[in-house]
Design a protein around this ligand. Sequence first.
Ligand SMILES: Nc1nc2c(ncn2[C@@H]2O[C@H](COP(=O)(O)OP(=O)(O)O)[C@@H](O)[C@H]2O)c(=O)[nH]1
Ligand SMILES: [Mg+2]
Length: 341
Amino acid sequence: MEIQIVGRKGSGKSTLLEFLTGSKISKGVLELQDERVDVLSVMSASKKKSYAKADLVDTPVSKTGADDEAFFEKQVVPSSKGKDAILYCLKNFSAPGESFPDPLAELDLLETYLILSDLHTVEGRLFRLNDNKFKRTNIEDLEKKMLSEKILPVLETNKPLRSSIDPEDFIWAEKIGLVSHLNAFAVLNTDERAEKAYEIAVEVSERGITCSVVCSKFELELKDLEPEEAQSFRKDFGIRKEGKTLLLKNLIEGMNLLSFLTTGPKESRAWLAKRGSKAPQAAGKIHSDMERGFIRAQIVSFEELKKAGSYQKAKSLNLVRSEGKEYVMKDGDVVEFFFSV
Ligand SMILES: Nc1nc2c(ncn2[C@@H]2O[C@H](COP(=O)(O)OP(=O)(O)O)[C@@H](O)[C@H]2O)c(=O)[nH]1
Ligand SMILES: [Mg+2]
């Protein structure tokens, strides 16, 4: 799972990356803490527990030093291609004497860069597909129809493809080099004094992009305090909840992901999969052999397992189901995969 941070210079991307991952360089590992893993590891007396992880990649450094359209077109958009999701970092603070930023306008601009890139990609592709010098295959005929009837009209109204492309078409979209279909999530990188932040976040969410308010710089300053002390500072500044916990929860939902879990004496662990994934695809997140040789999965929901108290008890209560390759995974499924290679 790779998440590309996209944002303007000075929007606080490095600060956000450090807050979320602890990394001071341009890449870090985001650990998605999940208390279900804690519960399972106690239940199974696991030697090890692991949360789901995602790589967070910073916006590339501008070769020219500029933060303009050409930089986004030539460096930022290309580095977003093929990633699993985009994390927009929107500036919502200002230094003394600086005018206050407009995060909504900033988001619109960043989205426009992605849309323009896709428009360019689709027009180029259609130009080739329309060239009668070459004979087209049936698949190419279908692609042409889809591009001109389904994709192009969306882009031409300056809308990203995110909500109009079916998840099954993602692989195809990636292959031809589209970007605006990627799930996106926004962070409003906020000053500890920004009273309006929560209202702005709602407006962002109304545009179809889940948005969290995060005070990265402030949170970094709090990181060595005792939790109660940090919480009382947040309260004093009107920051609603511990930023990271809420952010991670929103991130998984907003990026259309789900977590499934595995547990045993060796390890209890959470894994990420795209919503809509079937059991074999989820198995493939653990190991490609498990996807290729998938036979079936034994599944119990975390909540039912927790209520039962142990895996044995859940089994004796018939809560553990056997599911085949068409099963669509649900968030919180505790799974054992059976496979043969
Ligand atoms: N006042 C204030 N400054 C911040 C905040 N977050 C980041 N900054 C400052 O803004 C500047 C740019 O931040 P940086 O993370 O380097 O931005 P980047 O260019 O997007 O990586 C730095 O001086 C940060 O300390 C914030 O919430 N409030
Ligand atoms: Mg930076």
